[in-house]
Ligand binder design. Structure first.
Ligand code: 15L
Length: 272
């Protein structure tokens, strides 16, 4: 059984991975600053801050991969984002290098390219056509995450797979998420594929389910071995009845980052 160090193991995505990765043959070492209440048989627990390089290097010893899910999962103040997300990513990669861990899977986000728009005339958006266009400080931290991943892949030869995750929630709750949802089971499938793809080098791939309304291309993720099984469309009728049919000319539906790109977003999150 291969050992994976999961950072942010007590968080939303970390908890999903704790549920699904063992069935796929992984032994888990779970790192979080918050103790996990229900440590399961076979799981190792490591209570530490992902920005503590010494602790991270210690936790990485003997692992065959790190799945770095720790960090702030939305917009916040610059000092908070810089510490948790930028310093945290540096620590994950540097800990891998120092501990001799050959592969790191990074939880990037669609908000790294939030201002990118739907392709003219419809069709699917490839990662290569979605350059850094962050929509928030959070998005900047994900651009930086991908840049650090590229550095560690090219300079130190690590395999680094960046997952530009859409909306990883138990179920979609907005009409935008009919396009951007990543189901819990597909989250596990995607991370497992990123952990096991032969010699990926440096990759950036979208992380969404096979949603009928998706407009982010899954070719690159499928090349890693990702086989999505879910489709948000099963929730469409109820969401459209509640919120109306999405207007694709609205920035929320036209831009990758949705609500994060709208003028109201800062005011809602950081009222003056
Ligand atoms: C993300 O990256 C966030 O972690 C999550 O809270 C959602 O905002 C998601 O993107 C999204 O775009 O729906």
């Amino acid at each position: 059984m291969s050992l994976v160090l999961v950072t942010g193991a007590a968080g939303r995505i970390g908890t999903v991975l704790r549920g699904g990765l063992p069935e796929r043959g992984w032994a888990l070492r779970c790192l979080d600053v918050v103790p996990i209440a229900d440590v399961r048989p076979g799981e190792e627990q490591f209570v530490a801050d992902a920005t503590d390089l010494a602790a991270m290097t210690d936790a990485a010893q003997g692992a065959s991969a790190i799945a770095h899910m720790a960090g702030i999962s939305g917009e916040s103040t610059w000092p908070t984002i810089r510490n948790a997300n930028i310093d945290g990513t540096y620590c994950a990669l540097e800990a891998a290098r120092q501990a001799g861990v050959p592969r790191v899977v990074l939880a990037s986000s669609n908000h790294a390219s939030g201002y990118t728009e739907r392709p003219d005339g419809g069709g699917l958006l490839r990662e290569a056509d979605a350059p850094p266009r962050p929509d928030t400080y959070y998005g900047v931290s994900k651009v930086t995450m991908e840049a650090l991943g590229s550095l560690y892949a090219e300079r130190y030869g690590l395999d680094v797979v960046c997952l530009r995750i859409g909306s990883a929630f138990p179920e979609p709750t907005t009409t935008r998420q009919l396009s951007t949802w990543l189901s819990p089971d597909d989250t596990v499938s995607l991370v497992h594929a990123a952990l096991t793809a032969p010699a990926p080098g440096f990759r950036v791939v979208w992380g969404v389910s096979d949603n009928t309304r998706r407009w982010w291309d899954l070719t690159a993720a499928r090349e890693l071995g990702y086989e999505p099984a879910d489709d948000a469309e099963v929730y469409a009728e109820a969401l459209i009845e509640a919120h109306g049919e999405p207007d694709l000319s609205d920035p929320v539906h036209r831009r990758v980052g949705g609500e994060y790109t709208t003028a109201d977003f800062d005011a809602e999150n950081f009222p003056a």
